[in-house]
Design a binder for this molecule. Structure first.
Ligand code: UTP
Length: 293
């Protein structure tokens, strides 16, 4: 039987320069969408997909992230005393079982591939998921859960895929696809950040992956790629060239690029409007400033 995917790596060691000066002291993943930090959305998605072991690849200045998953006994006691059960419940979603969470340091921001490689000793010989918390995906069935279900049939490697505008290919890993079967794309090669004129398609890799441990071995040998960084895309492409399968998975849902200011603001509006207690007020305000909407 195929190994179940129970471990996820969350690479959160990037510098988040697009959000400076905020990210000088606040990790990007702690920035708040409505009332929950980005990392909480990622953890909830992972849990829904059956993940029980969580590995964070962190860097200097990310202490707030570790604290976020710690117990807050005084706060809990205070909320209990005041009978604020709803807040208590929200707080308890941040709790992690002892031993379920591990932190690994990436000492230099050498790229996403390098960040994933930093977690190699905690992975062993089982497939694992990678979740980039700045890609927030709103979906009826959480994106990673969709992928885990598809992966149970396919094995190999799987990357979340979606179409992007042709002039945006240079911001993504791009797939060269041999054939399509429903949501599944049979990938024949992939290239990181190609110019629009050289991109094999406009199918971009989004921040959800299910990977075989062989990808970690490939990372070991990898040279720097696009942007002078060690690229995860290159290690997956190497797996493909060694004869292992890579599937793109067209997920159902809407993805927000919360690594960019515009994407973050769009997500804030969308997630705000999705909250029954905020909807009327927020929609009224948006209509008042944009009467044509
Ligand atoms: P980004 O490319 O968005 O980089 O990384 P960044 O540093 O977070 O943000 P900007 O571009 O400076 O504003 C995508 C994901 O990969 C992680 C980031 O934390 C983010 O989750 N990453 C990137 C690492 O963990 N280590 C790296 O060396 C690079």
């Amino acid at each position: 039987m195929r190994n179940k995917v129970t471990t996820a790596i969350f690479p959160v060691a990037g510098m988040g320069t697009r959000f400076l000066p905020a990210t000088k002291s606040v990790p990007k993943e702690i920035m708040t969408l409505v009332d929950r930090p980005l990392i909480q959305y990622a953890i909830d998605e992972a849990r829904a997909a059956g993940i029980t072991e969580f590995i964070f690849v962190t860097s200097r200045g990310k202490g707030a992230l570790e604290d976020y998953f710690d117990l807050a006994p005084n706060l809990e006691e205070e909320l209990r005393r005041k009978g604020k059960d709803d807040l208590l419940e929200a707080l308890q979603q941040t709790n992690m079982d002892s031993g379920a969470i591990a932190y690994v340091r990436q000492h230099k921001a050498l790229g996403l591939g390098h960040a994933v490689w930093c977690a190699r000793r905690l992975i062993g010989d089982k497939p694992f998921a990678v979740i980039l918390p700045d890609d927030v995906i709103s979906a009826e069935k959480p994106c990673l859960q969709q992928m885990v279900e598809a992966y149970a049939e396919t094995g190999g490697n799987m990357v979340a895929a979606m179409e992007v505008a042709q002039d945006k290919t240079s911001s993504y890993g791009i797939l060269d696809v041999a054939s399509e079967n429903g949501n599944l794309l049979d990938v024949k090669s992939m290239v990181e950040k190609p110019k629009a004129s050289e991109a094999p398609s406009n199918l971009a890799v989004i921040g959800r992956y299910i990977l075989a441990p062989s990808v970690l071995h490939n990372l070991e040998k990898l040279e720097k790629g696009a942007g002078g960084e060690i690229q995860l895309t290159d290690a997956i492409a190497a797996d493909l060239h060694q004869g292992r399968k890579v599937h793109g998975y067209r997920f159902a849902g809407q993805r927000f690029d919360c690594g960019s200011k515009s994407g973050f603001l769009q997500a804030t509006v969308a997630y705000g409007l999705a909250r029954p207690e905020l909807r009327e007020d927020l929609a009224g305000y948006i209509k008042s400033i944009a009467p044509g909407l």
